[in-house]
Design a protein around this ligand. Structure first.
Ligand SMILES: CC(C)(COP(=O)(O)OP(=O)(O)OC[C@H]1O[C@@H](n2cnc3c(N)ncnc32)[C@H](O)[C@@H]1OP(=O)(O)O)[C@@H](O)C(=O)NCCC(=O)NCCS
Length: 223
């Protein structure tokens, strides 16, 4: 006979064994799994005698959101409604009846979840994977992101970062010599940037320049 349980104090070795069957959970250790169970809001397991044959868990605020993780059924027991029962016990759990939205992530089990009433959301999920960060180094990634942003800005306006800086100061109403003082460069250099900006944005004067810069979203406001 199959029984369902919400207890979290079972030997994590059972779950580690089940995890070995899923590519996304392979290699999880008993120690990590014990800690995970302790900190999981709701764990639903299915047992036949002493054998763990199915599992699913929830992290939630009990009001707005709940996310469902690690839904898995032992291959020898798949197709016998166990996965469905685990999911239904989660979705209709009395502690979760106020939850507005349940969320889960699946690579290829859409059909299984659709039968339970789930639908694909057009919003794209984003993940931050620690393993990936370690591989590239957080600083490198941040620098890469900065460079990409800078490139995008420059591509859109065909202006250099320094020219954009000057442009933004022009937009605040500063004069050439004031900009020169602020950037600690000569007024002649400022003039050079000014000329470049007029040329790059195809503007005849400062009024046109600022108007085009606003349109291209290079500046947010004038003044
Ligand atoms: C997905 C999984 C949990 C389903 O559990 P299960 O106990 O086999 O599912 P059920 O017997 O309750 O099946 C319910 C329905 O979903 C269908 N279904 C089950 N697995 C399916 C799959 N992989 N693809 C499409 N439909 C599936 C069944 O055919 C059944 O439909 P029916 O009622 O019309 O016959 C199980 O196949 C599993 O553990 N897979 C490996 C781990 C995994 O990928 N988990 C999902 C993580 S997001």
């Amino acid at each position: 006979m199959i029984r369902f349980s919400e207890r979290k104090d079972f030997d994590p070795a059972h779950l580690v064994q089940l995890y070995e069957r899923a590519p996304w959970a392979k290699g999880r250790t008993a120690e990590e799994t014990r800690r995970m169970l302790e900190n999981t809001d709701l764990a639903l397991s299915a047992w036949e005698g002493e054998r763990l044959i199915g599992f699913g868990r929830v992290l939630t605020d009990y009001v707005y959101r709940a996310s469902i993780w690690d839904v898995i059924v032992d291959p020898a027991y798949q197709g016998q409604d166990i996965g469905t029962q685990i999911m239904e016990r989660i979705l209709h759990h009395p502690d979760l009846k106020r939850v507005e939205l349940f969320w889960l992530c699946t690579r290829d089990k859409q059909a299984f979840y659709e039968k339970l009433g789930f639908s694909a959301n057009e919003q794209t999920g984003m993940v931050w994977a620690r393993a990936k960060q370690a591989r590239f180094g957080v600083t490198t990634l941040r620098n890469k992101a900065r460079k990409a942003t800078k490139k995008r800005v420059l591509k859109g306006s065909r202006a250099t970062a320094r020219e954009l800086q000057v442009l933004r100061l022009i937009a605040t109403g500063l004069r050439s010599y004031e900009i020169a003082a602020q950037l600690k460069i000569s007024p002649l250099t400022v003039k050079g940037y000014w000329t470049n900006l007029l040329r790059r944005l195809d503007a005849r004067n400062v009024v046109e320049l600022l108007g085009l810069a606003l349109k291209k979203k290079l500046i947010r406001k004038i003044g």
